[in-house]
Design a protein around this ligand. Structure first.
Ligand code: GAL
Length: 844
């Protein structure tokens, strides 16, 4: 009976869908002055990319908002655009923000025409994010401003548009110096969209979809739809909402009449049942869509699509976190928003690659530290099955930097927080909201009340997810009531306190909002194994034991999590290296007037489990051994020590198997058992009130090996059976380049990328782990170099260039397609002493 009903709805509604499709229009955007036109039925919503053909100028141009302003000599570019990543690096800029020009005033202008036929329609622009202090002018009139760089906003152009004539959008972007603790990027760094729609339409971020009851048999889906009726056009309105599965089949439909009260928005609540729902989960991130179709007097006037998932989340102090009824620990990482050498400009493929690399390490969750992420990041987490803690702020009213968000707090915090939740609350991947990271109010009397106010806002906008914050001031955050105000208590670097806190607050749920903060440079090993030594090389040893004084090597948190079943898990600081905050090389000096920069040219972080290019450091394998099940084993360091004064080389091993055996040139150096053969870690820390200088880690194995060139091999066993192997070979002299692309075919859409790993190899194809050859790139055909990098945190070589030195044997070339240009792309990499490498890509 039920099946029959669905079938009927499906066939009838499919007819409607076909009709909708046949109404599709063609939109022409003509270069320079884009003419936006259509031959469709009036009233159908169009959402068009507004990224192309902007004109850009950096500098104060006080008249640039005027239509009459002459911008013909300005640089032409497409957004998303981050002017700061273009450099150059300079010591006079703050190294905490990457020693790049992240402040100043710049203007973006775009000329466009909206077809005269569109008169009477609503015309809006949606900025996914502008970094920062944006002011938007249309035809010389200020239409919007938004100080916060991480939130999207809609601008209503309707009253100011001249239909059939040229219109000019001018955007002033004016980030101040000393306004961030990390690299923020600068400019219109996220996507921009133009929407043309009926004056009565589904509002911006206008649907809120929840799944209040979910079982294997059925799921109830509630859809709250806000309809914007600022025009007050009279008529009989109704709303149909279709729920569509991932293969395009309509699985449920809701219909409602809309009664407007004058010019107010209408909020409609609908509820449907989906039979045999496929649940969104980590290994099957299944998505549904809703299509909201709005009618006036029986004709369609608007359609609006939203993606959502059906899944349950539950939190309790007894069972921790349950996803679809199954206990899951957060195996999380914190991520800043930059995309390494590409800077902060949003790119779908680069974001996808970041998340794929994290997932391959075993990550099941990310924390968007310390700000709302790009819409693309959440879309990708939905698609890849990664849970997300979306974070709002790094500070409240009390600032951390001179020109921080605290300046805008009073006027904007409520709007920004509500908008973040409205924007993101349909994503199944989002499992908690964070109202702040290490906010100063932890130490202030007002902290508890402020937290309660923010938590209330979150609960009002979305009662289905808990609210959290990351606390580092212990026990201050408890004493002033702040920790009690949130639903989940996140601690930054407090693994030794979890037990105590839980015994004092048995009903709390706690987790590591930020953990470890271990630092290392990929492929760098200082002997003997040391703790937190500073080097003139400005590199950090990769034995994975060095952390700043407030933090711990990763093993400590692993131990705390394992011995405390009631923790919800952890978010490691950080998954990727990011630009800025170059701890431990973040000294201040006189030359930079007390600004950070005393360890010039160290300019990006060492915290990542992978470097700025996404190349794994050893720590990536540490977490893989803790978080994944498929047998793996890893050994460090490299095996090229012939020129070293040290002849006894400590070899560390990470594995998720039971035992491992090390072989040097086929001679066994003995088997060791995980958990039993512990490894002493030299680290000064306070462990349950006792100051210790070493700790025995059950999570790594160690052999001290008398160096002899050749092959170092590790074999891992489970239940006595060989499960995994890895080798480190003594490489010969650097003699050739190898190019290894992640994709050989890319879309000719002007956005898609191929990430090409550039290896310096010896004659036999072994990577040369110390090579630093300068490599020159040449590219021919329909693609261009988007950026280069090598993961070295202490170099001022530009990211936008056609050359790069290898860093410990590797560098990265990122190639981008050109829109609409299809064909073969030839790439050549040359270096003075190395055999040339060539590669062909296809753009299609
Ligand atoms: C934390 C802070 C992070 C980052 C980290 C480095 O205290 O929340 O943003 O600065 O330290 O260890």
């Amino acid at each position: 009976m039920v099946l029959w009903k669905i079938k009927c709805l499906y066939s009838r509604d499919n007819e409607l869908m076909n009709k909708l499709k046949s109404l599709r229009i063609h939109v022409l955007i003509i270069f320079l002055t884009g003419i936006i036109t259509s031959c469709s039925e009036p009233g159908e919503r169009k959402r068009l990319s507004f990224n192309e053909d902007w004109r850009f100028s950096k500098g104060v141009e006080s008249e640039a908002y005027l239509s009459s302003f002459d911008d013909s000599l300005w640089r032409k570019l497409n957004v998303p655009h981050d002017w700061a990543i273009e450099g150059p690096f300079d010591k006079s800029y703050d190294t905490r923000t990457g020693a790049l020009p992240v402040s100043g005033t710049a203007w973006y202008r775009k000329h466009f025409i909206i077809d005269a036929e569109k008169e009477g329609q609503s015309i809006t622009l949606e900025f996914d994010g502008v970094m920062n202090n944006a002011e938007v002018f249309i035809n010389g009139i200020k239409a919007a401003s938004r100080p916060f760089g991480y939130i999207g906003f809609e601008v209503n152009l309707t009253p100011h548009i001249k239909f059939g004539e040229e219109n000019i959008i001018a955007v002033k972007v004016a980030p101040e110096e000393l306004s961030s603790r990390w690299y923020p990027g600068a400019g219109i760094y996220r996507n921009v969209w133009l929407e043309i729609k009926d004056p009565v339409h589904v509002a911006h971020w206008g649907t809120y979809i929840t799944t209040p009851d979910v079982s294997d048999e059925q799921a109830s889906v509630s859809i709250e739809t806000t309809i914007d009726n600022s025009s007050n056009l009279s008529g009989k309105y109704s709303l149909k909402t279709f729920v569509i599965d991932s293969s395009g089949v309509i699985v449920a439909t809701a219909r409602s009449k809309v009664n407007f009260l004058k010019q107010e928005d209408a909020v409609l609540s609908q509820s449907v049942v989906v039979q045999k729902p496929v649940k969104w989960d980590l290994d099957n991130p299944y998505l549904y869509n809703t299509r909201s179709v709005l009618y006036r007097n029986g004709s369609i006037i608007d359609t609006y699509e939203s993606s959502f998932g059906i899944r349950t989340i539950e939190y309790s102090s007894e069972n921790g976190f349950l996803l679809n009824g199954r206990q899951e620990r957060f195996k999380g990482v914190c991520l800043h928003h930059d995309l390494g050498p590409l800077g902060a400009a949003v790119n779908y493929r680069a974001t996808e690659r970041q998340l794929q690399i994290m997932k391959s390490m075993g990550v099941n969750a990310i924390r968007t530290s310390h700000n709302p992420p790009s819409p693309e990041q959440l879309e990708l987490c939905d698609k890849l099955g990664i849970m997300v803690q979306v974070e709002a702020f790094d500070c409240w009213k009390e600032g951390k930097v001179e020109n921080g968000y605290n300046k805008y707090w009073d006027e904007w915090h409520e709007r920004d927080l509500r908008d973040m939740i409205k924007r993101d609350r349909n994503h199944p991947s989002v499992v908690m909201w964070s109202i702040g990271n290490e906010i100063k109010e932890q130490r202030m009397k007002s902290g508890g009340a402020m937290a309660a106010h923010l938590v209330d806002i979150c609960h009002e906008e979305d009662p289905t997810r808990p609210v959290t914050a990351g606390f580092n001031s212990y026990p201050a955050c408890i004493n002033n009531g702040l920790a009690d105000a949130v639903d989940l208590v996140g601690f930054n670097y407090k693994p030794t306190q979890y037990d105590k806190v839980l015994s004092q607050h048995p009903d709390w749920m706690v987790y590591g909002a930020e953990t470890s903060s271990c630092v290392s440079s990929r492929g760098v090993y200082h002997l003997p194994v040391e703790n937190y030594d500073r080097h003139t090389s400005l590199q950090v040893s990769s034995y994975d034991i060095i952390s700043p004084p407030w933090a711990y090597p990763p093993d400590f948190e692993t131990y705390a999590q394992e011995t405390m079943p009631r923790s919800l898990g952890e978010f490691v600081w950080t998954g990727f290296d990011y630009i800025g905050e170059p701890t431990p090389y973040n000294g201040r000096d006189n030359e930079t007037h007390g600004k950070w920069g005393g360890d010039w040219p160290s300019r990006s972080s060492y915290f990542g489990t992978v470097d700025l290019c996404g190349f794994p450091k050893d720590r990536y394998f540490y977490y893989q051994s803790i978080w994944t099940e498929e047998a793996m084993v890893h050994i460090l360091p490299h095996w090229n020590w012939e020129d070293s004064e040290h002849k006894l080389i400590p070899v560390f091993c990470y594995t998720n198997c039971d035992e491992a055996e090390l072989f040097l040139n086929d001679r066994s150096l003995g088997r060791k058992v995980m958990g039993e053969d512990k490894t002493e870690i030299p680290a000064e820390f306070i462990w349950w009130k006792k100051t210790e200088t070493t700790w025995e880690s059950p999570y790594r194995l160690r052999w001290d090996v008398v160096y002899e060139p050749g092959e170092l091999k590790v074999v891992a066993y489970k239940d006595g059976k060989i499960m995994a192997e890895k080798r480190q070979l003594t490489a010969g002299k650097p003699s050739q380049i190898a190019l290894v692309p992640d994709k050989t075919i890319i879309e000719a859409d002007g956005y898609d990328l191929s990430f090409i790993t550039v290896r310096v190899e010896d004659e036999n194809g072994n990577i040369c782990p110390l090579a630093d050859d300068l490599i020159q790139f040449k590219i021919e055909g329909p693609a261009e170099i988007a950026a280069v990098g090598n993961g070295n945190a202490a170099t001022t070589e530009p990211f936008i260039a056609d050359y790069r030195k290898a860093f410990n044997g590797l560098c990265l070339l990122i190639v981008k397609s050109k829109k609409g240009e299809r064909g073969l792309v030839g790439i050549e990499a040359t270096s003075k002493y190395l055999r040339t490498a060539q590669l062909e890509l296809v753009t299609k």
